[in-house]
Design a binder for this molecule. Structure first.
Ligand code: NAD
Ligand code: TYD
Length: 374
């Protein structure tokens, strides 16, 4: 007999956003059993969860979401009633060089998870009552917005002052451009199709770019912080004019908690920070912040900026309108960007060992250290 009020599987819990969601749920809900399900690809790192690994309500399942039989067995034996699905291949540049890996995990993996949830929940007397399948997606499925930003304005003005109403809303047309966003778009469609066809209780959210601790240093912010520290070149794609809307990762985790508990079945919610920046402006802020925190002369490392060939199909601008979430569930970002960036830079500078471990691949031995031979 389970003593827990709920059992929730969080897929991709050893990745960047996932570890913040797992930590929040394990600490906030001791009455829930939280199972972190992760295949531990290059992006998954159990060291991210070292501070919760010994909590009684935390478990780890080393599984691939494509393994339908193993997932179904886990759902059955643990009486899982909630799934928060973050596991994915997540890096656009990798999707350009290996699109098949993205179709496999993001599309087929999501489908296998959906089918396992449906099979298990439909076998229960109460069926879908009290169950929830929450799929985490991205704003990139909507394609790209026009780059109408006047010179230098993105950093100086609030998004609405600069862009008016040109934002992604929940009803925006899907128009993915990269293999990554195409695979996420496809997975979103499967999730909605499982609701419409079988009645699976699903929710989808589409979030803007996240930043904060524990992000794999292939993504812009951690890569550049590490490079500035080591005085390595900063490869800015194209002219650095592309605009992204940045949200502190813990604010995303708070939104996920709220939506998992209070969101309406079959709904879509956009999550974003109303915080748009041109890449080149972010890079300058990172240089300034790292230099200051390391006691270097201000701007000393601006010469590391190196303009390189643009990413293929590089989306000009992403910007989320998250007013539905604010209106219906009362969520809004808690951190100003300046504070979030300061915290983030400090975290990477204070955790050089974590960065060194992930850049050398050392973290991949962490599983054996924690759980013995695979
Ligand atoms: P990440 O790459 O840091 O982590 C992905 C995790 O999934 C890793 O722990 C990895 O081991 C695991 N994983 C990969 N393939 C798997 C498989 N086949 N089976 C089981 N586990 C597998 O990604 P992230 O940045 O934390 O993103 C998490 C989710 O949020 C993704 O679905 C992504 O599309 C979405 N998202 C990310 C952002 C962002 O800015 N990072 C923004 C919006 C939405
Ligand atoms: P990234 O962190 O890869 O997120 P996404 O592509 O999902 O938005 O990139 C953020 C922005 O930074 C994007 O416009 C591409 C750009 N970029 C660079 O200019 N140089 C880099 O080395 C990387 C990784 C990204």
């Amino acid at each position: 007999m389970d003593t827990y009020k709920r059992t929730i599987v969080i897929t991709g819990g050893a990745g960047f956003i996932g570890n913040h969601v797992v930590r929040l749920f394990v600490n906030k809900y001791p009455e829930y059993r939280i199972i972190c399900l992760d295949a531990l690809t290059y992006a998954g790192n159990l060291a991210n969860l070292a501070d919760v690994a010994d909590k009684p309500n935390y478990e780890f399942a080393h599984l691939d979401i494509c393994d339908f039989d193993a997932i179904l067995a886990l759902l059955r034996t643990k009486h899982v009633d909630g799934i928060i699905h973050l596991a994915a291949e997540s890096h656009v540049d990798r999707s350009i060089s290996d699109p098949f890996a993205f179709a496999r995990t993001n599309v087929l993996g999501t489908l296998s998870l959906l089918q396992a949830a449906r099979t298990y929940w439909e076998s229960l007397p109460e069926k879908y009552e009290g169950k929830r399948f929450y799929h985490i997606s991205t704003d990139e499925v909507y394609g790209a917005l026009a780059l109408t930003c006047p010179e230098g304005k993105a950093a100086e003005f609030s998004a609405h002052e600069v862009y008016g109403d040109d934002f992604f809303v929940e009803t925006s047309k899907y128009a993915p451009h990269s293999p990554y966003s195409a695979s996420k778009a496809s997975s979103d469609h499967f999730v909605r199709a499982f609701h419409d066809t079988y009645g699976l209780p699903t929710i989808v959210t589409n979030c803007s770019n996240n930043y904060g601790p524990y992000q794999f240093p292939e993504k812009l912010i951690p890569l550049f912080i590490n490079n500035i520290r080591h005085r390595k070149p900063l490869p800015v794609y194209g002219k650095g004019e592309n605009v992204r809307d940045w949200l502190y990762v813990e604010d995303h985790a708070r939104a996920i908690d709220l939506i998992f508990h209070k969101g309406k079945i079959a709904e879509t919610y956009n999550i974003g920070g109303f915080n748009e920046w041109k890449n080149i402006d972010i890079v300058r802020i990172l240089i300034k912040t790292v230099d200051r925190l390391l006691g270097r002369k201000e701007g000393e490392d601006l010469n590391l900026i190196t303009y390189v060939t643009d990413r293929l199909g590089h989306d000009a601008r992403y910007a989320i309108d998250s007013r539905k979430l604010q209106r219906e569930l009362g969520w809004e970002p808690s951190l100003q960007f300046e504070e979030g960036i300061e915290r983030t830079v400090r975290w990477y500078l204070d955790n050089q060992e974590w960065l060194d471990n992930v850049t050398t691949g050392e973290y991949q031995n962490y599983y054996e250290k924690m759980y013995g031979k695979r």
